[in-house]
Design a protein around this ligand. Structure first.
Ligand code: NAP
Length: 281
């Protein structure tokens, strides 16, 4: 029987551990403040931002909201980010993506001070990760590592195949698995014989952005499957990039959707906010 990796429970454990740390910091007179910027009112972004603020409240982190109009110019957003960079009371800056088309996302990310880059998207954070130096780790891939570690799933020496090479999931995921001494293969839309490559995996991490794409034909008997995807199916129910029911009997462990990787992203954001005051980046 497959072991179901309970992301909700592990995320709750992490948030409880952080809450204890934050209580101690507060007793020592150290406050943590996260600035959350949302441009426009995309409903999905509003839900994500709302969940992040709720998590801050739970852990004991102050969150300051900046809700800007859809028509905000690039200059206006950049000057807000620069003001927050210069404000010593702000420890973390999060700009909810995607941004409206008049704004260059890469430029905004680059403008955030690397010392406050709690999303881990700044080129300096990504570069530091790639050469094994200190820096913030992108929350979703960081969450996957915690899921594996806290479920007692060894990574060292394992064949890990990652499907997807995006800057926010696939690429940092590959660097983190390398850091854990896995043997890593990264697949993308030009990969030949994807099924055969995926079937080599002891640990298969799927971040392809296509609902129910990965079936049992992609999975080696006894593999661990981590599903990063989030979608709504035809009945408006949440599902992942993996056809969970189809692969379930073939795997040794798997993350469900919902309740797998999703809750970990916010827990790791909280972790990065705490690290912003406890570790120099
Ligand atoms: P993305 O930027 O769209 O990247 C998708 C990747 O999959 C690309 O590298 C693409 O290859 C590859 N790909 C697409 N079709 C393929 C195919 N037929 N065969 C092989 N590779 C293929 O997506 P993302 O931002 O990484 O997100 C992936 C999924 O994770 C989405 O469902 C997203 O909603 C979800 N997500 C969840 C969380 C969370 O908190 N749980 C966080 C972030 C993302 P190319 O590079 O060649 O185009």
């Amino acid at each position: 029987m497959a072991f179901i990796i309970d992301g909700k429970k592990i995320a709750a454990e992490i948030k409880d551990e952080l809450k204890q740390k934050v209580t101690k910091l507060t007793e020592d007179g150290v406050a943590i403040t996260l600035a959350v910027i949302q441009v426009g009112n995309d409903p999905a972004s509003s839900v994500y931002v709302g969940n992040k603020k709720k998590a801050c409240e739970y852990v004991g982190i102050n969150s300051l909201s900046y809700e800007l109009a859809e028509s905000t110019t690039q200059e206006e957003l950049l000057s807000l980010v620069e003001a927050l960079n210069a404000d010593a009371k702000i420890n973390g800056i999060l700009v909810q993506l995607p941004l409206p088309s008049q704004i260059d996302e890469d430029l905004v990310i680059k403008t955030i001070s690397p010392t406050k880059d709690v999303d881990g998207f700044h080129p300096q954070s990504v570069g530091a990760l790639s050469i094994g130096q200190k820096g913030f780790i992108s929350c979703t891939p960081g969450g996957v590592i915690q899921l594996l570690k806290r479920s007692g799933i060894p990574m060292e020496g394992k064949e890990c195949v990652i499907i997807g090479r995006s800057n926010i999931v696939g690429k940092p995921m590959a660097l983190l698995m390398l850091r854990e001494n896995a043997t890593v293969t990264v697949c993308h839309s030009r990969t030949k014989n994807l099924m055969e490559v995926a079937k080599r995996a002891d640990i298969l991490i799927v971040a392809i952005g296509k609902p129910l794409f990965v079936t049992k034909d992609f999975v080696k008997e006894g593999a661990v499957v981590i599903d990063v995807g989030i979608h709504r199916d035809a009945e408006n129910k949440l599902c992942g990039d993996v056809d969970y029911q189809d692969v379930l009997e073939h795997v040794s462990a798997i993350t469900p959707v919902p309740g797998g990787v999703g809750p970990m992203t916010i827990a790791m954001l909280m972790n990065n906010c705490v690290e912003a005051v406890t570790k120099s980046k």
